[in-house]
Write a protein that binds this ligand. Structure first.
Ligand code: PMP
Length: 426
């Protein structure tokens, strides 16, 4: 079945049904084959969505369909399959453009994921515009993917990485951020939503503040796009990045949004096929944006799967998904928060879909192992955010993170699992 055929069976973004009737949880769960797996003899309770989300049948089938019927390399072929593959790939760009509210399709660059997108901006825009004595401003809650690329750049250029702190709730300390945003700041790079704590950062406000100082802003939206509507024009950010696999799409595909004027003047990231318009040994003329940034054969099936994922979440309604997850988060915060031996880590007033906690005297890995025996998948560790762990003086947390298909019953199972951990190890 083609992507179009699948999407035509789904209600559109503005379908008139009430959110409640659209959000038929059992019907939605039936769309995700893996949710019916049995783990350690128990029904799977998948609460590791911040690491990666599960894939609906429509995403799986869109990729299968591509490989079975349309597989060919793009942009270079005159034959029909190549034309079909190219059309689907470029239609995908339009779909991501609409999903993010970008002005033009060429403002969307396909990448492997959020990590590659941030590295690309650091190594292209960053290398051109950041020099000795300059500063890059990030925050304590960043994922390692939004720390290390800037660290590499700063080391190379003799620039400084400045870090705006967070308070005990895990919220950005606004005054400190303002104080650190100075005449030497050449770039702000900030998570929209923290993967370790779930904190939603006030990115629109940050963009306004940075722009007043003529500083561009990259927003790491890896944990935001699955949970809330994003409009890059409303945010007015200069770059926005996300990964498909956290949005119910495949791994190995994601997108970088960049304002056209910035992308135009940025040098290419990698050299190779597709990113050129002509090559001689003396001189290479680069292709136009966005192709200038897409060297080599891209993840065509990934783009097709990502589009099916965007169709899927748009059909359910991203607002309805966010509201459902928010209800789950409130329920879980109350139920888990009152358990003996548990301390929640990250209690920001604005939070999305993540519940991190520790238990007195019990290592998070032991908690994760016991929960796994009950079929409950959570993540334990530093969540690629070691500075967040350092901030709270802990080596690791247990993180339950929610997706559109999670239920209150699954949170009850988590609560029962934690109680069992306390009985055994507390
Ligand atoms: N930023 C954030 C906030 C994340 O949660 C993640 C993934 N955990 C990344 C960046 C990196 O995403 P990816 O590994 O898909 O490139």
């Amino acid at each position: 079945m083609s992507v179009q055929a699948i999407s035509s069976r789904l209600p559109g973004r503005n379908a008139p049904q009430a959110i409640a009737s659209r959000f038929d949880i059992e019907k939605l769960r039936a769309d995700f084959p893996i949710l019916h797996e049995v783990v350690n003899g128990r029904p799977l309770v998948y609460l590791d969505n911040a690491a990666t989300s599960q894939k609906p049948e429509s995403v799986i089938q869109a990729m299968v369909h591509y490989y079975r019927h349309d597989n060919a390399n793009i942009h270079r072929g005159v034959h029909l399959l190549s034309q079909r593959a190219t059309e689907e790939y470029e239609a995908g760009r339009g779909k991501v453009q609409a999903f993010l509210g970008a002005r033009e399709a060429r403002e969307i660059i396909f990448v492997r994921g959020a990590t590659e997108a941030i590295n690309m901006v650091a190594q292209t825009y960053g290398r051109e515009h950041i020099g000795a004595g300059d500063e890059v401003l990030i925050t304590t809650v960043e994922h390692h993917s939004n720390i290390v690329p800037w660290q590499i750049l700063c080391q190379e250029k003799g620039a400084t990485l400045c870090v705006a702190p967070i308070n005990d709730r895990g919220e950005l300390e606004i005054e400190e951020f303002e104080r650190l945003l100075g005449p030497r700041t050449k770039m702000v790079s900030i998570a929209h939503v923290s993967n370790a704590l779930g904190t939603i950062n006030p990115v629109k406000w940050i963009v306004r503040l940075a722009h007043a100082m003529k500083v561009p802003v990259l927003v790491d939206g890896a944990q935001a796009v699955p949970h809330q509507p994003v409009d890059v024009r409303d945010l007015d950010c200069d770059f926005y990045v996300f990964s498909g696999h956290k949005l119910y799409g495949p791994t190995g595909i994601g997108a970088l949004y960049g304002k056209a004027a910035l992308l135009e003047e940025m040098p290419p990231y990698q050299g190779g096929g597709d990113m050129i318009s002509s090559v001689t040994f003396e001189k290479t003329i680069y292709n136009k944006v966005p192709h200038k940034f897409e060297a080599g054969t891209p993840h065509i099936a990934g783009v097709i799967g990502l589009c099916a994922a965007i169709e899927y979440v748009s059909g359910v309604g991203i607002g309805a998904i966010g509201a459902h997850e928010h209800e789950l988060l409130e329920y879980a915060t109350e139920k888990v928060g009152e358990l003996e031996g548990v301390r929640l880590v990250g209690t920001a007033r604005e939070k999305a879909a993540v519940l991190s906690f520790v238990m007195d005297g019990i290592h998070p890995h032991d908690i994760g192992t016991i929960l796994d025996q009950a079929g409950i998948a959570v993540r334990t560790g530093h969540h690629c955010a070691q500075p967040v762990m350092d901030r709270f003086g802990i080596p690791a947390t247990v993180r339950a993170s929610f997706g559109l298909y999670n239920t209150r019953e699954e949170i009850d199972a988590l609560v029962a699992g934690i109680q069992k951990v306390w009985e055994i190890l507390g």
